[in-house]
Design a binder for this molecule. Structure first.
Ligand SMILES: C[S@@+](CC[C@H](N)C(=O)[O-])C[C@H]1O[C@@H](n2cnc3c(N)ncnc32)[C@H](O)[C@@H]1O
Length: 312
């Protein structure tokens, strides 16, 4: 990892202990208390990008979720759940009392009890063996690799696991991982993938863009939209992050100055794909979707046509 990235990381709070627990309870409790929401705000955009990729290639993607943790992006994409609803589930006293194996069994049944509304299969990569094990055990991921590709090589057996991926996704992970990890992954894939990254504005993404360019991929950034990741944990994290952003010449008024980490969306892919369907045409952002708590009229697409129902 470059000195620059290491220095930026120093301004961020450290959560390493919650990433390595045998199940996601602490993860949801600690990050939930900071209004962590990037998987929720990213999901509608990821769905649109998956649809655009499927329209171009005629098949559903295999997503490699880098820094996947307990499979949260897979959960919110595949099932009608979100970070907030999962946090509530794990905060129940009755759930708190279970051991990890009992919880994994229930989570497996929990996810199996929802209709799968996803349009992709998921493979995970994370430094945390426990998180990878959990995501596989509860059926969110078809497979996963526990490795730190910043410091070690991709093993042959792990290369075989990631090889089928056609889209690489990450939320909340750039900074922990750099283009070192991505270069090793790209070398192991059977085809050139689409790469979807939600990146905190304090982290430079140019190293990634250069690595992608070497492989004939172009990168677009979605203009005019940022995605809230979470609140700052404390004054120290806030002050330090503001100073990193200032040193990078990033205007923070109306963004991080309001107390929230902001991420940007980058999409990298083969040049011909980008030319055929530019990012701005693929993605529209609907703001405020997660702030509405009352019952809503929604339309259901059924074989007989569209039906209107009330969703609580
Ligand atoms: C903030 S969490 C994001 C998890 C998930 N993507 C989400 O948005 O909920 C960061 C994740 O990156 C993982 N991580 C840290 N260093 C890593 C590395 N070198 N390679 C892969 N994953 C790493 C952590 O274990 C953790 O699960």
């Amino acid at each position: 990892m470059s000195e620059q990235i290491a220095r930026i990381n120093e301004s961020k709070a450290v959560f390493d202990d919650i990433y390595v627990m045998s199940d996601p309870r602490s993860y949801f409790s600690v990050l939930g208390s900071l209004d962590y929401m990037i998987p929720d705000v990213a999901e509608p955009v990821i769905r649109q990008i998956l649809a655009a990729r499927a329209a171009r290639y005629g098949d559903d993607a295999t997503v490699l979720d880098v820094g996947c943790s307990y499979g949260i992006n897979a959960a919110v994409h595949r099932f009608p759940v979100n970070f907030a609803s999962l946090r509530q589930r794990y905060a129940r006293r009755e759930i708190m009392e279970l051991d990890t194996e009992e919880l994994a069994q229930l989570d497996r049944n929990f996810y199996a009890s929802w209709p799968d509304i996803g349009s992709a299969r998921f493979i995970g990569l994370d430094i945390s063996e426990a998180a990878i094990r959990y995501a596989n055990a509860v059926g969110l991921h078809v497979d996963g690799v526990a490795a730190d590709l910043e410091t070690s090589e991709l093993l042959e057996k792990d290369a075989a696991v990631v090889a089928p991926a056609s889209l690489i996704l990450s939320t909340g992970a750039v900074g922990y991982v750099t283009d070192r990890t991505y270069s090793k992954l790209l070398d192991a894939l059977a085809t050139t993938p689409w790469v979807v990254s939600f990146v905190l504005r304090m982290f430079p993404y140019d190293g990634f863009i250069a690595a992608f360019a070497e492989r004939g991929m172009v990168t677009e950034k979605l203009l005019g939209a940022t995605f809230i990741q979470r609140r700052f944990r404390d004054e120290q994290e806030f002050e330090q992050s503001m100073s990193v952003l200032a040193s990078r010449g990033i205007e923070t008024q109306g963004f991080e100055a309001d107390g929230l980490f902001q991420a940007e969306l980058f999409l990298s892919r083969p040049e011909a794909d980008a030319r055929a369907a530019p990012l701005e045409e693929i993605v529209t952002v609907s703001s405020g979707r997660f702030n509405s708590f009352g019952a809503r009229f929604v339309q259901l697409e059924e074989p007989e046509g569209i039906r209107t129902v009330i969703e609580a």
